[in-house]
Write a protein of this length. Sequence first.
Length: 423
Amino acid sequence: MLGRLAKERPHVVFGFLGCMAQARGASLLKALPHVDLVVGTQKFHRVADYVEELVAKKKKRISENAQLSTPNVQRRMENRMDDLRFSVVDVAEESGSQATIREQEVAPRQATAFVSIMQGCNMHCTFCIVPQTRGAERSRSIDEIVSEVRDLASRGVKEITLLGQIVNLYGRHEFPKIDNKSPFVQLLEAVHEIEGLQRLRFTSPHPIGFRDDLIDAISRLPKLAEHVHLPLQSGSNRILRAMHRAYTAEKYVDLARRIRQARDGIAITTDIIVGFPGETEDDYKQTRDLVEEIQFDNAFVFRYSPRRGTPAAEMPDQIHERTKEARNQDLLRLVNESTRRAGERLVGQCVEVLCEGPSKTNPARLMGRTPTNKIVVFPPSPRLRRTSEGDAELVGELVDVRIERANGFSLYGSPILKAGATF
């Protein structure tokens, strides 16, 4: 499809970015001659310069082509447009690349933003390609991250999500513990103090990174949102060992209990893989039973998909796709019921919602998220003008909403203006 588009719009730059680009490199060009750019995981900050360079080259070649009227010559020029020598491939490692993704464009009244705090991963889960494509763990300094978040907060951003492949192992090789607090907890405390910031989230963590200091931080830092995403992957200890996940189902259940004890009403969501090589019906049943026991607020359920170059892709006893699909659908039904119950428990309650803007499904209404990361859709307050300007007054603000009904993954309610509110 893109090959056809490249002929219709020869000025467009086509590229691959990220893990596939890193893993495949120049080989992506062999079957896809219209591809101009392949940029690996440590070179995102180079993309704008590369695109600018390629656009200039394309404009020059298009101009030269336009001056030639002979069809045969034009065809030769078109072939030159697909000449691999004109393509850019950059998948080399770059020291300090973790500190290069730091400048953000912020839209007017933007409520939320993501801040990358590290790159890479050292865990080597057998199903995952990330350690090979993103390299070893490398963390930015606390001062750099705080500076970026402070700038975002000064521009009106109310909620920050800290990002890392295993975010709660941040800085463990670069920075020391202080007062028995891990570098990640030190970072949370530093960001928590930033004026104007009202909510703080982080994703995606690993269960082994939840030590006592982090659980304590969850209990005492009020800006930390009441939501933890806690990847499970499997409820079978045998499969967890095959995955190299470094915890047991029993330890996972205990950790979920401790997190819920640390913060009343906290939501826990998760990731689960079904159909991992060698997963028996009993292994799957153990996963199903654990999901039913914990009652997650939500879960991302994935069918195992082989990644070339990972140990799991070469394991015996690969599961048939029909079996994967059956387990996937069965577990989704279980998770959806748990999600529905979590939403229904909020009906009749007043919840704090950070308004992010118009609802994607109904622009006449607004949407935002609770501290537990549940989507809430609500109309503008009747005290606001029924105009887009009036609606905009709520965007980026914390709004109390009384929940009137729950529908699948979304909640619906009406705003309740606090005494003294100016909007």
